[in-house]
Design a protein around this ligand. Structure first.
Ligand SMILES: [Zn+2]
Length: 348
């Protein structure tokens, strides 16, 4: 089942002020990845703009109108979040790219890797924040539901908590949100005790991890918490919010994940999705060191393009450890398991 990429060089035209980490050069990295994939004979699909109704599935009309009102000019929406004259159109294109990825995956044509900016996971139902205007992944999850998926999982491995995605679905039983993130860190949400509300209780899974965590820590969290919950939920469609800002070279956070650690995480997630017979869409979020971003995207393409599903990478030793590599992961996993066991009886 061949991988497709969804990408456009238009994303370089979303401009941010000089020195801003979410800068147009990130789109040049996406372009290089897409060009290399084409050079191997791979398919790169062009995005389409999301419709207003597709945006309104996850955003208030007031919010959409506020962003639309920035068309043709530069605006500061919060101290981190800016628009340029084309940003509204490009943010709609970023959402639409994720929907094209969902269409591909749901047609049974293999996984999709969606290369977009601005990112989306901090955008809440009624506000832009954290470099994000519209929530690309949330719109993709809602779209997958509208297209007939009964259960959709969003796995967010950006180093920051995806407050927007959590907020949009926190009372929705049909959409699982699982996040690993540095904690404490921006935006401050994502405590392990945040588990969703009402009918959505138990459909929000937060795994906050201490600063300084590396490959072993993330492997342990995925093996002990994320993969078992994905297996129990058995989503029809799984969407990964892939931020590469947990990388050791990233300037915005303090995690120590290597490119090989990201390769292992993507392999683990792909194997988990394949094991449950679901469909996989991977959508970019953060990642602000350009060489690390490029290397991690190359690794991601290799993992998603491999046939059959690659081995799941090093699986953490589940035996308790008191110190050394993996201690942050062990502590994070055990805290999350203690909170989540009532909702997921299969967790050990
Ligand atoms: Zn991030």
């Amino acid at each position: 089942m061949p991988l497709v990429l969804v990408s456009s060089d238009a994303f370089e035209r979303h401009l941010t002020p000089p020195g801003h980490p979410e800068r147009p050069e990130r789109a040049h990295v996406f372009d290089a990845v897409a060009t290399a994939w084409r050079g191997q004979g791979g398919t790169v699909l062009a995005p389409r703009p999301a419709t207003l109704d597709e945006l309104a599935a996850v955003h208030d009309r007031d919010h959409i109108e506020r962003i639309a009102g920035t068309a043709g000019r530069a605006a500061m929406l919060d101290p981190d979040t800016f628009t340029s004259p084309e940003s509204y159109e490009l943010a709609r294109l970023a959402v639409g790219a994720a929907l094209v990825g969902v269409d591909h995956a749901m047609a049974g044509n293999g996984p999709a890797l969606v290369l977009v900016r601005p990112p989306g996971h901090h955008a809440e139902r009624d506000r832009a924040m954290g470099f994000c205007l519209f929530n690309n992944v949330a719109a993709a999850a809602a779209y997958a539901r509208a297209r007939g998926a009964s259960r959709v999982a969003v796995v967010d491995i950006d180093v920051h908590h995806g407050n927007g995605t959590q907020q949009i679905f926190e009372d929705d039983q049909s959409i699982l949100y699982v996040s690993t993130h540095q904690y404490p860190c921006y935006p401050g949400t994502g405590a392990v005790t945040e588990v969703g509300f009402g009918g959505g209780r138990g459909r929000t899974v937060n795994v906050p991890i201490e600063p300084g965590a590396g490959d072993d820590d993330y492997a342990e969290v995925l093996a002990r918490v994320v993969v078992p919950i994905l297996a129990a939920f058995a989503a029809d469609v799984t969407i990964v919010s892939v931020g590469y800002d947990a990388h050791v070279q990233d300037p915005l956070a303090q995690m120590q994940v290597t490119t090989e650690g990201y390769r292992a995480m993507l392999a683990t997630l792909r194997a988990a999705v394949d094991a449950s017979g679901g469909r996989l869409v991977v959508v970019t979020e953060g990642g602000y060191d350009l060489p690390a971003l490029g290397a991690c995207l190359d690794a991601t393409v290799e993992v998603l393009a491999a046939t059959p599903s690659p081995a799941a990478g090093p699986v953490a030793d589940p035996a308790p450890r008191v110190s050394g590599p993996g201690i942050r992961g062990r502590e994070a996993a055990e805290a999350a398991l203690a909170v989540q066991r009532p909702f997921w009886p299969s967790l050990i």
